[in-house]
Design a protein. Structure first.
Length: 92
């Protein structure tokens, strides 16, 4: 990941952190449940976006390099990692 992309990810994650603190405050203040749920959903969407950007970077760097490379074990490894991520996400 280049420096610009890394900075963007960190900025997004700091934003998510702030939103989570906001949800905690809402809970402390006994905010209306639906309002809390909406904020939690916003946090989840923000984290999904971070995951999407990281995956895009991974596919365009590590995976592409492994697939184009000469080492069949490396290709199998990255394919297995990707399949593992999707298997894990279905269980959640």
């Amino acid at each position: 990941m280049d420096a610009h992309q890394k900075k963007e990810m960190i900025t997004r994650l700091k934003s998510v952190e702030g939103h989570v603190r906001g949800v905690q405050r809402m809970m402390d203040e006994d905010a209306y449940c639906i309002d809390v749920i909406k904020q939690v959903m916003a946090v989840q969407r923000a984290l999904d976006k971070v995951n999407s950007l990281i995956l895009d970077n991974h596919l365009n760097t590590c995976v592409t390099t492994a697939i184009r490379g000469d080492d069949p074990n490396d290709r199998q490894r990255v394919i297995g990692e990707l399949l593992g991520i999707f298997e894990t996400s279905r269980k959640i």
